[in-house]
Ligand binder design. Structure first.
Ligand SMILES: [Zn+2]
Ligand SMILES: [Zn+2]
Length: 347
């Protein structure tokens, strides 16, 4: 076993620096020195739900530098800057994997943390650590010109909104609305704008109107204002709903135009929809989450080519507790990224 240092959940005390074990490199593994890891809402969820039985090290959107190669690695060299997202393995032979949608693997993809390694059965430990060992197929070369700190959130927040935008053919001439301007939402806006769509932000209050315009949105709708919502009836081809708390979808279905789609990317659990809300206008209700390998590589290249990066606030990893608390009350514009270099001293 190799060892590294990381932030491990220890029940009520929260995250503490701990010595972690990483597997020895298999034939097609690379070792990555983790430099930057974004903070995702699912990290907060994992910490809240942690029962203490299995080890928990969160973090599933990170960038770093390749430090060592397994003997059969062909895609990387030591010193390459790479990015890793929330999937680190899949079965590789089911129809979804063959279609490049490893995120929908029939045998369930191996998650970057809290997953079960397909070879040795161990629990995977995430990117809040100084080193990660990963199969080369699930690491992505960071294209020239992408800042490694800002690129980290592309690997979860970014790809989660990129796949539906692409699958729904968002581009010039399309009218897109993004519901919720948080980590996912602000990236959905930037990507939709860069794809050439006419983009509108829908938010609960007026607070983020200036931000929305700065991010490139042409229009802004306050969802609590029924007159504004009524005026926008059936005026979008695609509505991307990024709100993760349970909420009524009907007001957003009403905004979808003929043959348009409401894509829900927050996990809402069970939802109820009256069929006539879909029938009138032949509307589609869809969902998406994470991304496959081809789309992930495509996203990184698109962001490099179009200078699209999330708005981030970088903190030393020692301030992870502060970052989590602030994220919980939505006090971040728009994504925290932890700088892991301080773990060298912690070790
Ligand atoms: Zn995530
Ligand atoms: Zn599969």
């Amino acid at each position: 076993m190799r060892t590294t240092t990381g932030w491990q959940a220890t029940g009520a005390e929260g995250l503490k620096p701990a010595r972690l074990e990483r597997r020895e490199l298999r034939r097609d593994d690379i070792a990555v020195r983790v430099d930057y890891c974004g903070l995702c809402h699912s990290d907060l969820q994992a910490l809240h739900n942690h029962d203490g039985h299995s080890p928990l090290v969160p973090g599933h959107e990170f960038t770093g530098v390749v430090s060592e190669l397994g003997p059969e690695v062909t895609g990387f060299s030591v010193g390459d800057t790479v990015a890793v997202g929330n999937i680190v393995d899949s079965c590789r032979h089911c129809p979804m994997c063959r279609a490049g949608q490893e995120n929908f693997c029939h045998e369930f993809p191996t998650l970057t943390y809290g997953g079960r390694d397909r070879v040795d059965g161990s629990t995977t430990l995430g990117g809040f650590s100084r080193e990660y060992v990963v199969r080369e197929d699930f690491a992505y070369r960071l294209p020239e010109g992408l800042d490694p700190a800002a690129a980290a959130p592309l690997m979860c927040a970014g790809i989660t909104v990129w796949e539906p935008l692409r699958a729904l053919d968002v581009g010039p001439g399309k009218r897109v609305a993004v519901v919720g301007l948080g980590g996912l939402g602000h990236l959905a806006v930037k990507l939709a704008v860069a794809l050439g769509a006419t983009t509108t932000v829908i938010s609960r209050t007026q607070d983020k109107a200036d931000d929305a315009r700065r991010l490139g949105a042409q229009e802004f709708i306050v969802s609590a204002d029924s007159a504004q919502m009524t005026a926008a009836r059936e005026s979008f081809d695609v509505v991307i709903d990024t709100v993760s708390a349970p909420h009524d979808l009907v007001p957003y279905l009403r905004l979808v135009g003929l043959d348009g789609t409401l894509s829900v990317v927050g996990y809402l659990g069970e939802i109820t929809v009256e069929v006539t809300d879909l029938l009138i206008g032949r509307k589609k209700l869809s969902s998406a989450g994470s991304g496959g390998r081809p789309a992930t590589a495509e996203l990184l290249q698109f962001c490099a080519d179009n200078a699209v990066l999330p708005d981030i606030e970088v903190l030393p990893s020692a301030e992870v507790a502060t970052a989590l608390t602030r994220m919980e009350r939505n006090d971040v514009r728009y994504r925290f990224v932890l700088d892991m270099s301080d773990l060298d001293e912690a070790g």
